[in-house]
Design a protein around this ligand. Sequence first.
Ligand code: GLY
Ligand code: MN
Ligand code: MN
Length: 467
Amino acid sequence: MFSKSTYIARRKALCEKVNSGLLVFMGNDYVGMNYRDNTYRFRQDSSFLYFFGIDQENMCAVIDLDEHKEVVFGDELSVEYIVWMGAQKSIKDKAEEIGVTDTRPRKEADDYIAKAMKAGRKIHVLPPYRDANKIYLSGVLGTTIAGIEEYVSASFVDAVIQIRSIKEEAEIVQMEEALATTKNMHMAAMLHARPGIREYDLTAKVHAEALAGGGDLAYPIILTVHGQTLHNHYHGNLLEEGQMVLGDFGAESSTHYAGDITRTFPVGERFTDRQKEIYKIVLRAEKETIEALRPGVAYVDMHLLSARIILEGLKELGLVKGDVDAALEAGAYGLFFPHGVGHMIGMDVHDMEDLGENRVGYGDDFERSTLFGLRSLRLAKVLEVGNVVTVEPGIYFIPELIAQWKSEAKFEDYIVYDEVEKYTDFSGIRIEDDCLITAEGSRVLGPYIPKEIEEIEEIRARGAKIL
Ligand code: GLY
Ligand code: MN
Ligand code: MN
């Protein structure tokens, strides 16, 4: 948790951005995995946590802009609950720690909202993403699930986005903590990989480090020898000499800040020459894009910078031909780099995307492209001091995509299909770091996580000796 004055200041900043009405914050509840009482790990809503800090289920809160009230709604624990789940501080005490003195039973939220509606006051909600909250809001607002949209308030959403997009110094400390654990996760993967084990053997080591950091995972672990599949969550493949492992995973700190790092390394002790050639292009794209980050640049241009470096590198290897500018403009790089170069990160790995991917990443000033590859870019906006973004270029050889584009003769002025086809067994390489935008440029957050070829090979050689 942050200091009381931090929460008070955050809510004050919000009140200054929205004029009138009732701001409703829905907390999350437990969700059953296979029946009600066998639940997924509880995760509080991030905006609720940001403004109200209470990490407990079945709560909601309002900021009443007309009557100048802040109310937290939640039920104090019954003895029956304590028997099963243990005692906790009271909601009253927790609310006191975030500067709210008015706490009421959860049920009273219904009346509070209903009265405000009756009085013709504006009710502002954030877009609900959990079904339980959709059902609750549709009931209390007297509308259908689809009808909640009418109450999703642009001014509330935009104010939350503006405030949460600029990370406070204390939040950066939390992110660095998440990244320290994330480094341990990546070191475990790089040290323990070897031919003959399965992806899940390595995944277990990675997850153990996240738990040992006092938190858990920021998102499901991607750890695969088939790195060409961007979000591959299958962990059953055997690791074989000559393959690479792509590991995209990060810790969520105990305070719910995310790390999101990708490294790609050989299953054996060394990269092959062919792997090194592609790796160097991705590493150059990542480092030069990080180098180019600064306030005032549009993040979409960072995507295009990575894409250009990828095209240039592949042209040197004979996989791409023709005019690089024209290939860039046309989007030919999408064959090799079909995702965006990154996104904002904070409490959510794709920060605030529950509030609307385009509102968070594009706002009013940018329009989302329809071009394959570029259309997957989640963030285009001009960067500001205090933003935290990932930079994560990659090169992938996706056999099905190559076959499809070849059959359509797509971008045949730029792509040398006969050469590209020689790489259909290559898999993919991605390298990802998390960067704070500073007045001077940017700073890669967290401890350094090895990414140079020589550093990775040294760790792999060391790893081979420890078991
Ligand atoms: N870990 C998912 C991503 O990098 O966006
Ligand atoms: Mn990412
Ligand atoms: Mn990632």
